[in-house]
Design a protein around this ligand. Structure first.
Ligand code: IMP
Ligand code: MG
Length: 179
C-alpha cells in the first residue's frame, strides 16, 4: 500500500524515502565499514536522539568486532556574547588511541559535527571519522570531511527514521519531507 501524507504539529509531510531505500544505503555503509575497520575494533559513538534507528540498523550489519556507545549534545544559552553553547554529555569510554566513528542522523550546517570533532580530537583517538545517514551538502558551513555518507539530499526538512520535527515523527520507518 502506498504511504500517505502525515501531519506533525502544524505541518504536512509527504513520503520521500522508503524503508527499503534506507536499508540499501545503510547496507552499503556497513560493507565499507566492515572492510575499512577490520582488525581495528572501532568504537561507534551514536549521537542521540536522532541516530537511534540508524545506529541500530547499521550495527546489525557490522560483522567485525566493535563497540557502541551513545552521547548527547546539549545546547544552552551562554552568558554574554558567546550565545549558543554546546556540550557533549554521556561519554564514559576511553577514546584515546581508539578508532572512533561518530554516527549521526543528519549533517546540515555542520555546526554540531564541527563541535563534536573538536571535542573528540582533544582526546587523541587513533582515528576519527563520521558516518551520517543523511547530508545536506548545500547547507554545510564548515570545511568538514565526512567520510561515510548514506544519502546526500537537497535542502528539504525531513522527518522519520529517528528524525523529528519539534519532538514528533521519529517513530516512522520511512522518511517524509515537508510539503
Ligand atoms: P547541524 O548542526 O546544522 O549540522 O544540524 C544537525 C542537527 O539538526 C541534526 O542532528 C538534526 O537533529 C537537526 N536537523 C537538521 N536538518 C534536519 C532535518 O531535515 N530534519 C530533522 N532534523 C534536522
Ligand atoms: Mg540530531
Amino acid at each position: 500500500m502506498p504511504l500517505s501524507t502525515i501531519s506533525l504539529h502544524d505541518k504536512e509531510f509527504s513520503p520521500y524515502l522508503s524503508a527499503n531505500e534506507l536499508s540499501t544505503a545503510i547496507r552499503l555503509l556497513a560493507q565499507r565499514l566492515n572492510e575499512e575497520y577490520a582488525n581495528r575494533q572501532p568504537l561507534f559513538v551514536a549521537v542521540l536522539n536522532g541516530s537511534f534507528m540508524f545506529a541500530a540498523d547499521l550495527l546489525k550489519e557490522i560483522t567485525i568486532p566493535c563497540e557502541i556507545t551513545f552521547i548527547r549534545v546539549a545546547s544552552y544559552e551562554g552568558t554574554g556574547s558567546t550565545g549558543h553553547i554546546q556540550q557533549v554529555l554521556g561519554l564514559r569510554e576511553e577514546v584515546k588511541e581508539r578508532h572512533v566513528v561518530l554516527l549521526e542522523d543528519i549533517v546540515d550546517t555542520g555546526n554540531t559535527m564541527q563541535l563534536l570533532l573538536e571535542q573528540f580530537n582533544k582526546q587523541e583517538p587513533a582515528s576519527l571519522e563520521v558516518a551520517t545517514l543523511f547530508m545536506k551538502p548545500e547547507c554545510l558551513l564548515h570545511d568538514l570531511h565526512i567520510r561515510y555518507v548514506g544519502l546526500s539530499i537537497p535542502n528539504d526538512f525531513i522527518v522519520g527514521y529517528g528524525l523529528d520535527y519539534d519532538g514528533l515523527g521519529r517513530n516512522y520507518p520511512d522518511v517524509y519531507k515537508a510539503v
